[in-house]
Design a protein around this ligand. Structure first.
Ligand code: NAD
Length: 483
């Protein structure tokens, strides 16, 4: 909070940065300083990695009964729920998202701990038949110290998404939240300790990407890295990890299509398409930022989306509007730049396209919900991740054309298909190159249970669901010959 410094969490203690450095966190609704946070140095990251190693070697976490690990994780889930209003308000102030979206994020974070708590005692191996005189079996051992670098758009949700499976597997963790929105990750670290997580098992080191992020990604003593963020940073992080032969999960960006056929239930589609792009002001990796609409449905769908966009209330996150601010002035300017690019490329602005005129919002980083119509598949606004509330609308005439446009992207994170025809839905879902496909829905309330990750430049490896355990365990095969 303002006036005090939120400290790092290393080896179970709240500590200042080794050089006393701090950084300010801003409220994107006003630009005001929200908090001052200790800025982890390279030395702090090193201390956190060493604490995680000591905790790993002590077996204080990985060596206890898996069911007991699960019980502690259930306590963390409950504590997140008990403090959900406080956490949601903090997330809403820090990131700017509407309060009800922040409340959902906290519930989803709790669900991650609950889901993976139930798995802690079900991480099993195999026996492999080799014939008489042999017993061969596999065990899934914790991979070790997991380094986790997360972005600012869903801090508590994405923090929990990586931390919970790592803990279930018996790993220890160093978590580096984004300097844009680090607050709830620190509370998560505090809650975990209060619920009985041994010191050093979860360390939290907010700081800049260029110092704390680089120090963590290049650290020779981490055993695994989960990176969630942009493609360019992901590539440099993967190179650093490769120097130490450290395996990486890459959760990167997207330009996900929602494909709406003329036979779709338009009520459902309007709702789904609008939520997919305007939730969190479009600052979502899996945002449905391209709308591919069949020509016969175009006018009706765009008119309804425009009505909806124009009626959305934009305002400070804590006032629980329909859409909050953009995270920073820099990101706001990037979004504005893309709208100009879209106009210059020949797109028509069908709603929004500028900052709101309300003077009460003048100090914050607000942008209107925006529709860019008459976009063609190769325009920059159809190809590049804008990371704002800007929907690129492309019209198609035939199913094969829609599939080709959807796949004409460097990304492949999520796709939505809206139709009443099961055959169309199945044809599209089998040919789309993306890690998730939704039919007549988009997202699934956090999707904790569903494997999530990218094709192409959206990344590799999978988070969420049972699949994610593969990243936090390594298989040991034991072969015994007996008489
Ligand atoms: P970003 O890549 O700028 O930063 C992500 C994290 O990396 C932050 O913690 C940052 O401090 C750190 N970082 C920055 N430079 C670094 C460096 N050189 N070395 C190590 N760490 C460094 O991304 P962002 O702006 O915070 O988030 C937006 C991006 O994240 C978008 O592209 C979005 O699609 C992506 N994202 C992906 C997912 C997913 O699950 N696939 C989820 C959310 C966001």
């Amino acid at each position: 909070m303002v006036g005090t410094v939120d400290t790092l969490i290393i080896d179970g203690a709240r500590v200042n940065a080794s050089d006393g450095g701090t950084f300010d966190v801003h409220d994107p609704s006003t630009g005001d300083v929200l908090a001052t946070v200790a800025k982890a140095t390279t030395a702090d990251v090193d201390r956190a990695v060493q604490a995680a190693h000591t905790a790993l070697d002590s077996k204080a976490w990985g060596g206890i009964a898996p069911a007991e690990r699960g019980r502690i994780m259930l306590r963390i889930a409950q504590a997140l729920r008990d403090r959900s209003e406080e956490l949601a308000t903090l997330e809403s102030r820090d990131n700017g998202k509407p309060l009800r979206q922040a409340r959902t994020d906290v519930q989803v974070a709790a669900r991650y701990f609950e889901f993976f708590a139930g798995i802690a005692d079900k991480i099993m191996g195999n026996t492999i038949p080799l014939g008489p005189g042999f017993l061969d079996y596999t065990i899934r051992e914790p991979i070790g110290v997991s380094a986790q670098i997360v972005p600012w758009n869903y801090p508590i949700q994405i923090g929990a998404r990586g931390v919970a499976p790592a803990l279930a597997a018996g790993c220890t963790v160093v978590l580096k939240p984004s300097s844009e929105a680090p607050m709830t990750a620190l509370v998560l670290g505090e809650i975990a300790l209060a619920c009985g997580l041994p010191p050093g098992v979860l360390n939290v080191v907010p700081g800049t990407g260029s110092e704390a992020g680089v120090a963590l990604a290049s650290h020779p003593d981490i055993n695994q890295l989960t990176f969630t963020g942009s493609v360019d940073v992901g590539i440099s992080v993967a190179k650093m990890a490769a120097e130490n032969v450290v395996p990486v999960v890459m959760e990167l960006g997207g330009k996900s299509p929602n494909i709406v056929f003329a036979d779709a239930d338009l009520d459902l589609a309007v709702q789904g398409v609008a939520t997919a792009i305007f939730q969190n002001a479009g600052q979502t990796c899996s945002a449905g930022s391209r709308l591919l609409v069949e020509r016969q449905a175009h006018d009706a769908l765009v008119a309804r989306l425009a009505d909806r966009a124009k009626s959305m209330r934009v305002g400070p996150g804590v006032s629980d509007p329909d859409m909050g601010p953009i995270i920073s002035k820099r990101q706001l300017e990037t979004i504005e730049g893309y709208v100009t690019i879209g106009r210059d490329e020949g797109a028509r602005v069908a709603a929004g396209g500028e900052r709101p005129s309300d003077p009460a919002l003048g100090r914050g980083f607000f942008f209107q919900p925006t529709l860019l119509d008459q976009v063609s598949a190769d325009m920059r606004v159809a190809q590049e991740e804008i990371f704002g509330p800007v929907l690129a609308i492309i019209t198609f005439d035939a199913i094969e054309e829609a599939i080709a446009i959807a796949n004409r992207s460097q990304y492949g994170l999520v796709a939505g298909v809206w139709t009443r025809d099961i055959n169309k839905a199945m044809a599209v879902s089998s040919k789309i190159k993306s890690g998730q496909v939704y039919v007549n829905t988009y997202g699934a309330g956090g999707g904790v249970e569903l494997p999530f990750g990218g094709y192409k430049k959206s990344g590799y490896g999978r988070e969420k669901g049972l699949e994610s355990l593969a990243s936090y365990t390594q298989v040991k095969n034991v072969c015994v010959k007996f008489a």
